[in-house]
Design a protein around this ligand. Sequence first.
Ligand SMILES: [Mg+2]
Ligand SMILES: [Zn+2]
Length: 211
Amino acid sequence: MNSKHPSADAATCAAVFVDRDGTLHPDVAYRSSPEALALFPRVAESVARLNQAGLKVVLVTNQSGIARGYFSLKDLEAVHAALTSDLARAGAWLDDVLFCPHHPDDGCRCRKPRPGMIEQAAARHAIDAAGSYVVGDQLCDIELARGVGAKGILVTTGPRADDAPAGRHATRDMADFVAPCFFDAVSWILRDRARSLRPGPPREKAPSAGC
Ligand SMILES: [Mg+2]
Ligand SMILES: [Zn+2]
């Protein structure tokens, strides 16, 4: 179709889907209160760089602690409110916050590596998942990226960095890039975007316009 209004066509924004625990701050098992939340160095600044680049930033986190009864939805919201205000102090924001509250045995569609959260965000924000990125510290994050055709960036700041070498190497091999921290993951994404947007064959529309 030769539309004169490409922005009316779906899926034109690129996004960075960001894991929470072990990626933005240390992974404390079943974190239920915001008190101990301390972002890794330069995380807020990094999110701001993505914001400035016109990329959507969407948190996607598995929080089975809710289904397990370890903490409540209200507790989770308090953690996310604290995270949001930490980011805001650096002029950074999350365009959306999505979480899976289910137990692994529930067979839901939203628990990573299943694609439900990305599908939901893509529908809500007209995101082109295949032109997007997933950053996380675990195999499920990289599998999520693979499943939706996005690029997967593994950060080695999570507690699984000392997993059995075989599993660790498999995850690294599957990732498009392995970064020592979130800041470096974002630098790679911004370079990758610049490469893909470099003038070449004419494009119908700059991907960030109208997002
Ligand atoms: Mg994680
Ligand atoms: Zn779920």
